[in-house]
Ligand binder design. Structure first.
Ligand SMILES: [Zn+2]
Length: 294
């Protein structure tokens, strides 16, 4: 993977001012935060450094649809669940990239192009176009659409080009919405537990099978794929763990189905793990895996 290729999840500053008729401002921030968490969670920890989360640099001064500032709304988020989301949003703001969004003129791209949306300079969308990006908007009335078109102009030439960009506004995010990110970073599949490997599910468990670790999702978060849809993880016990899709072929949903733990009922051979993956995975073992047959 060339080092220059980066993915980006970019908060669209144009969506910040609404209007919004059916959500209060704390609700908007909750959805935005869950969308950021959801999008970020589709990237393995091994690929984290290849993804920018980007927000407008004047975020703290911006007014939300009903005129409140971000700080004022965060203070109003008082329930435990809201506090957790507020904390996560602050983490994204503190650690994410900032892009200048207050420039009143159309933003120049390096090759002399400008990016705008309905005549407004669109700095966030520019960031999306400069990377393998996805735009994230507040869940306000006019921004509930996927994808969105932006005008890319050269000099004063109006709408020299129209480009379509991937756009998300809710915390339920489809693979097609994240396709630009998935084009350079394999998106983590969803996880399911059919129960065959799970001794805590006596009705489904098959005793001849190796036993599911207690924290398979934690393993999957740090897994890497081989071509064909099999994902591999590596744990603190120095075992490799296999995740595969439903049925024989690759699938967007996987379950845990094998370990190189020599004490397991069925032992997966270490040679089954591609050498390049072994090298990358073994450099960063996953702790608190919850392996059982040790
Ligand atoms: Zn383990």
């Amino acid at each position: 993977m060339p080092a220059a290729l980066r993915a980006a999840i970019v908060v669209n500053e144009l969506s910040w001012s609404g209007p919004c008729h059916d959500r209060d401002e704390s609700g908007l921030l909750e959805i935005l935060t869950r969308a950021l968490v959801t999008a970020r969670a589709r990237v393995s920890t091994h690929h984290s450094a290849l993804v920018d989360v980007a927000l407008p640099e004047d975020l703290w001064r911006r007014r939300l649809p009903r005129g409140s500032t971000l700080g004022a709304v965060l203070v109003q988020m008082r329930s435990a669940a809201q506090r957790d989301l507020a904390h996560r949003l602050k983490q994204f703001i503190d650690t994410g990239h900032r892009y200048p969004a207050s420039d009143p003129v159309a933003v120049d791209m390096p090759n002399g192009l400008t990016v705008s949306h309905r005549g407004q300079a669109a700095a966030g969308f520019r960031y999306v176009l400069e990377s393998q990006g996805v735009a994230l908007s507040l869940d306000v009335d006019e921004w509930r659409k996927h994808p969105v078109d932006v005008d890319v102009c050269r000099g004063d030439e109006p709408a020299a080009r129209v480009q379509t960009i991937a756009h998300v506004w809710s915390d339920v995010i489809s693979d097609s919405q994240l396709a630009p990110v998935g084009a350079i970073i394999p998106l983590l599949p969803a996880y399911e537990n059919p129960g065959h490997h799970d001794p805590e599910q006596p009705n489904q468990y098959i005793p001849s099978k190796s036993q599911l670790p207690r924290r398979p999702r934690r393993l999957l978060e740090s897994a890497l794929p081989e071509p064909g849809g099999t994902w591999w993880a590596f744990c603190e016990h120095r075992f490799y763990h296999r995740f595969q899709g439903r049925g024989a072929g690759p699938g967007p949903t996987v379950h845990w189905n094998g370990t190189t733990n020599p004490r397991a009922r069925q032992v997966t051979r270490e040679e089954d793990v591609p050498i390049a993956l072994r090298k990358a995975l073994s450099a960063r073992p996953v702790d608190q895996c919850g392996c059982r047959e040790i």
